[in-house]
Design a protein around this ligand. Structure first.
Ligand code: DGL
Length: 266
């Protein structure tokens, strides 16, 4: 058995595209639907109840489009609602969490820095992640207000990005971390600048690829892979201003194909 239905991927804004890129690389024939909840972005400074309600609504919308699997390509939304989503829906729901487990294997000096949003860092899921994997490891969590907004504006380099990243990474560098986890899906778009600031001796971990591999394994296990042989398509939706969002998505998605972003009220 196989399924031609699309995979649904969503985030507060354009950050989840960093995950979608890895899914596209690994699963070129699958049809993908991306949803940017731009009218409510950034989630990282919203009350957790609002993030929870948005996440539930977006997942319902995805399911109404007939997706066969949902990727919550947002650490903040996953931290607020993953368990509830799995209770409510029978299709596979895959979420994100800061890659503390791989970081605990990679770090040599047992000092790991995590960049994430305030909601993710304050969440119970994050707390339990630390309890499970931070045995003997010093974890320095750094919230990064303002970074998501820069990526949302399509700014992935330049003076503002440098200044803000230096400010946030400075506290991790001072703590002598040898591993930095990108705990927000917007941050991989800033990776070249992050790597430049932390230098060669520090490993920077992005979870997008691991999530894409997990999606592929789940599709295989559930017999849900498409049997199409043509390249898969992409559809984009937003609750924000479609022209603005389209411009930034076109820049970050970086495909030769013309993209169109449709506005919906969810
Ligand atoms: N991209 C998101 C994450 O992974 C959400 C960032 C935000 O909206 O604050 O956490």
């Amino acid at each position: 058995m196989s399924s031609p239905a699309p995979i649904g991927i969503f985030d507060s804004g354009v950050g989840g595209l960093s995950v979608m890129q890895k899914i596209r690389e690994l699963l070129p024939q699958e049809d993908l639907i991306y949803f940017a909840d731009s009218a409510y972005c950034p989630y990282g400074i919203c009350p957790p109840e609002l993030v929870h309600n948005r996440t539930l609504a977006l997942c319902d919308f995805m399911v109404s489009l007939g997706v066969k699997l949902v990727v919550v390509a947002c650490n903040t939304a996953s931290s607020a609602s993953l368990n509830k989503l799995r209770e409510l829906h029978s299709i596979p729901i895959i979420g994100m969490e800061p890659a503390l487990k791989p970081a605990s294997h990679i770090t040599k000096n047992k000092r790991v820095g995590i960049l994430a949003t305030g909601v993710t860092i304050a969440g119970e899921r994050f707390n339990s992640l630390i309890k499970r994997y931070a045995n003997g490891i010093k974890v320095i969590s750094q919230p990064c207000p303002g970074l998501v907004e820069l990526v949302e504006a399509g700014e992935t380099n330049g003076e503002k990005v440098d200044q803000m990243l230096k400010l946030y990474l400075d506290s991790l560098i001072k703590e002598n971390v040898d591993t930095v986890v990108l705990g927000c899906t917007h941050y991989p778009f800033l990776n070249p600048v992050i790597k430049m600031i932390v230098g060669d001796g520090v490993e920077v971990i992005d979870t997008g690829e691991a999530v894409a591999k997990w999606v592929s394994q789940v599709l295989k296990k559930e017999d849900l892979k498409t049997s199409h042989i043509n390249p898969g398509t992409e559809r984009f939706y937003t609750t924000g201003e479609p022209e603005k969002v389209q411009e930034v998505i076109a820049k970050l998605w970086n495909s030769s194909r013309q993209i169109t972003v449709k506005h919906v009220v969810v």
